[in-house]
Design a protein around this ligand. Structure first.
Ligand SMILES: Cc1cc2nc3c(=O)[nH]c(=O)nc-3n(C[C@H](O)[C@H](O)[C@H](O)COP(=O)(O)O)c2cc1C
Length: 195
């Protein structure tokens, strides 16, 4: 069995699809969402800490998330730095997706595992989800507004001080008539050194 062609096609075809290009009205089947989380759960994990946690905002919870994000942005942003376009985007984006998943790193109790490795493990889990979504033709987008690191956001999400929300993962079917985004990368030869 050789699956390299299949995995290569999925890896290279995976794209970030912005919420504005998602069809909010088209439901995401629960078995597909469950498959995304199950595949996320198979990410590598140093010391089996399995630090990934997912909080799913679907249906009406999307509006609750949108309103709360906007409120938190207003709360934590100094007046001079406040940008109305950012506020509007946060108020709107979750309602454009089929579901939004808060990506959480729950810090394990093993002091031998550095925090960075817990974060890396969650990123691996997110990539598993993103590739699974891509294989199903489902759009996904990892957004990481700095406000997620605020005390207000952490309290709202029920996180402990040592946990972190690493982003919001927007999921949604591509809107009809919209092209799947094109990818761009500089050549890998610039990034590999053979010693
Ligand atoms: C950890 C992480 C955080 C990201 N946060 C944002 C973000 O806040 N805003 C954004 O526009 N894109 C964000 N992205 C997505 C990138 O913009 C996207 O991956 C990049 O444009 C390449 O496009 P592609 O994923 O379609 O290959 C993030 C990606 C990663 C891995």
């Amino acid at each position: 069995m050789d699956d390299t062609e299949t995995i290569t096609r999925i890896i290279r075809g995976r794209r970030s699809l912005k919420p504005a290009l998602m069809d909010a009205g088209r439901e995401l089947p629960r078995p597909l969402l469950d498959l995304l989380f199950e595949n996320a759960n198979w990410a590598p994990t140093h010391g089996y800490t399995e630090p990934w946690r997912f909080k799913v905002f679907a249906g009406e919870a999307r509006q609750t998330l949108a309103s709360r994000l906007a409120e938190i942005y207003r709360e934590v942003t100094p007046e001079a730095e406040f940008r109305q376009d950012k506020f509007d985007k946060l108020s709107r984006n979750p309602t454009l997706a089929g579901a939004v998943v808060a990506l959480i790193m729950r810090r394990g109790d093993n002091p031998k595992i550095p925090e960075l490795e817990e974060i890396e493990a969650v990123a691996c889990a997110v990539q598993n989800m993103h590739l699974t979504a891509a294989a199903a033709g489902l759009g996904a987008f990892w957004s990481s507004p700095p406000l997620l690191d605020s005390g207000a956001a952490k309290r709202w999400l029920g996180l402990r001080d040592r946990d972190r929300c690493l982003g919001l993962f927007y999921l949604g079917w591509p809107r009809e008539g919209e092209a799947w985004p094109k990818g761009v990368r500089k050549p890998v030869e610039e990034k590999v050194e053979w010693v």
